[in-house]
Design a protein around this ligand. Structure first.
Ligand SMILES: C[S@@+](CC[C@H](N)C(=O)[O-])C[C@H]1O[C@@H](n2cnc3c(N)ncnc32)[C@H](O)[C@@H]1O
Length: 288
């Protein structure tokens, strides 16, 4: 089946809704559960998600991809972000599409072949395990994938390690605010926080205010927008999402500063100066 722009078809939507709402997800590992969830809906994915996953085109289309640059899309799914990036991808040296669901990567692979995007490679790999030389990547994107990556802390740390100093990280995803949000984060009412957290958790999509907390600490914020978008077949509801774009610091760091400590779920990380003057994260002294 060729991959063109998504068109709405009721039969395709019903197939997706069956997987989203009714079909049990099976599997012992995260990878098995993802493939169980996506296998039956991979070919209908783009049409339905184009009406649910808002802000992707706006964010990806606004990014600056440097000539001869390297782009990693973490949790790339069907590779549609490459289409959103437009003509600028032709100037890139390499595009790495990383995902754990083979059925979605097959669609991505076909899409790259159809569009003759020869510098794109798909990687069946966990975003937390993806390896390239440190500080070798210009742009890293996560579109609606952080909420599905159990160890999203590690995925962000991997991005921090792979990015060149001055490189760009861009994230678009669903979110809920803390009970007491601090500016510039938007406050969500208890009903929104409770409803959307439980609604998405049913499909193993875990909303948290902590993505933005970690992203804004680790990277220099260049863009932060919060909005809400329509959900297909639920005309009265709007799901909250954010757009974030930030840069990895070019500055030397002061490892003694308490500001240079960040916390992951199972260990403390601290910034450490490299001989290059770059700031890297490494496991620190304490555990939490
Ligand atoms: C909601 S989809 C978004 C896909 C695509 N980025 C988009 O915008 O259409 C989330 C994607 O994250 C992938 N994913 C979840 N956990 C992952 C992990 N640990 N490593 C790599 N990909 C992961 C899923 O397989 C899925 O393709």
């Amino acid at each position: 089946m060729s991959i063109t722009s998504p068109r709405i078809k009721l039969s395709e939507d019903l197939k997706v809704l069956w997987h989203l709402l009714l079909r049990p997800v099976r599997g012992h590992t995260h990878a098995e559960r993802l493939e169980s969830f996506y296998r039956g809906q991979a070919d209908s994915y783009d049409s339905f998600r184009s009406r649910l996953l808002h802000g992707r085109e706006r964010l990806i289309g606004s990014l600056e991809f440097p000539d001869d640059g390297v782009w990693v899309d973490m949790g790339a799914g069907t590779g549609e972000n490459v289409v959103f990036a437009g003509d600028s991808v032709s100037r890139l040296r390499a595009i790495h599409l990383v995902d754990l669901a083979p059925s979605l990567l097959e669609v991505a692979q076909r899409r790259m072949q159809e569009r003759a995007i020869t510098q794109a490679r798909v990687h069946l790999c966990d975003a937390t395990q993806f390896e390239l030389p440190p500080a070798s990547v210009d742009v890293i994107t996560f579109s609606y994938s952080l909420t599905m990556i159990p160890d999203w802390f590690e995925a962000i740390l991997v991005a921090q390690r792979l990015l060149k100093p001055g490189g760009t990280i861009a994230v678009v995803d669903f979110t809920v605010s803390r009970k007491f949000a601090s500016a510039p984060q938007r406050q969500h009412h208890w009903c929104q926080r409770t409803f959307w957290t439980h609604w998405f958790a049913f499909d193993n999509v875990f909303l948290t205010p902590d993505h933005l907390a970690m992203l804004t600490r680790l990277f220099q914020t260049e863009r932060l927008e919060q909005s809400s978008g329509r959900v297909p077949y639920l005309p009265l509801l709007r799901a909250p999402f954010y757009l974030f774009a930030g840069r990895k610091s070019r500055q030397r760091c002061d490892p003694s500063s308490s500001e240079n400590h960040v916390f992951s779920r199972d260990s403390t990380y601290e910034f450490a100066s490299q001989s290059s003057g770059d700031c890297q994260l490494r496991p620190g002294r304490g555990t939490v």
